[in-house]
Write a protein that binds this ligand. Structure first.
Ligand code: GLU
Length: 283
């Protein structure tokens, strides 16, 4: 049965150079969209000005064009849409689902040591809930004093309001029940940048009508939280395609810092886009 046209996207963060793994992800997303007669979008996830640069974004355009990938314009730069993320955070806050967290990393570590144990999630030890237990007066006093704070999701409350459909489907890994407890009370609004990867990605995929999300399996567990956020924000449920990560000849994951595998260095070393596409299984 023919599927309806899909909308896919490639959403790199311009924190460094793209490598073969990114090329694989982008080509997979493009291929999926093309086969269904659908749309392929490119989105630049540059919410963190301390790590993202315009130069890296320009390099991404150059690399993808070299690979023969075409995308719709204008490209969405997340840094130009902070209001959309704030609106979403405000909606969650209005339902009492966010609480201010004044903890520094050291505070969190101390609290975990004091408690003698900490449940672990996919991103390390889970937040021990210190600021969830603060009184309203305490919160107001600290905010009034100008203490920097993040906003965390109160996961227990979120789950009580998210509705029954917290499942998602992954074409490589099958049907999944969402397990957001693996991330705990995640930060949705960072104190330094006013949003977070989790919030921005969910909001943008929803606003851009992305039906199918292709990305590396390193983001698989984040999807448990994303599914809860979609339910809370009344956003449609996409289909996920978390593909295996490419490795170097010694079996290590490719990273942006490995210069040898960057698309730029492959290109400068004389590899043609055709050769790379074919090595990655695309023709
Ligand atoms: N911007 C993220 C990254 O470069 C990927 C986001 C996603 O595909 O959901 O790691």
């Amino acid at each position: 049965m023919a599927r309806a046209p899909l909308t896919t996207r490639f959403a790199p963060s311009p924190t460094g150079q793209l490598h073969k793994g990114h090329a694989f992800s982008a080509l997979t997303a493009l291929d999926l969209a093309r086969r269904s007669g659908g749309r392929f979008l490119l989105r630049i996830e540059d919410i963190d000005p301390t790590r993202c640069t315009r130069e890296n974004a320009e390099q991404i355009f150059e690399d993808l064009a070299w690979l023969g990938i075409e995308w719709e314009t204008p490209v969405r730069f997340q840094s130009e849409h902070r209001d959309d993320f704030t609106t979403a955070a405000d909606r969650l806050a209005a339902r009492g689902l966010l609480y201010p967290c004044f903890c520094t990393r050291t505070d969190i570590q101390r609290e975990i040591e004091r408690a003698g144990h900490a449940p672990h999630g996919s991103e390390g030890p889970l937040y021990p809930g210190t600021c969830r237990r603060l009184s309203e007066d305490d919160r107001h006093a600290r905010i009034a004093a100008g203490t920097p704070h993040a906003l965390r999701l109160d996961l227990e409350k979120a789950l009580s309001l998210a509705g029954p459909d917290l499942t998602w489907h992954d074409t490589f890994h099958g049907p999944q029940p969402a397990r957001p407890e693996l991330l705990g009370d995640a930060v949705l609004v960072r104190k330094d940048i006013g949003t977070s990867y989790h919030l921005a990605v969910v909001v943008d995929d929803g606003l851009q009508g992305v039906t199918d999300i292709v990305r590396g399996v390193d983001l698989f567990e984040a999807t448990h939280l994303h599914r809860v956020l979609q339910a809370l924000l009344d956003l449609p449920k996409p289909t996920y395609h978390h593909h295996a990560l490419l490795t170097d000849p010694s079996g290590n994951r490719l990273a942006k810092r490995d210069r040898a595998a960057t698309l730029k260095s492959l290109r400068e070393g004389g590899m043609s886009a055709r050769e790379l596409r074919s090595e990655l299984g695309f023709h």
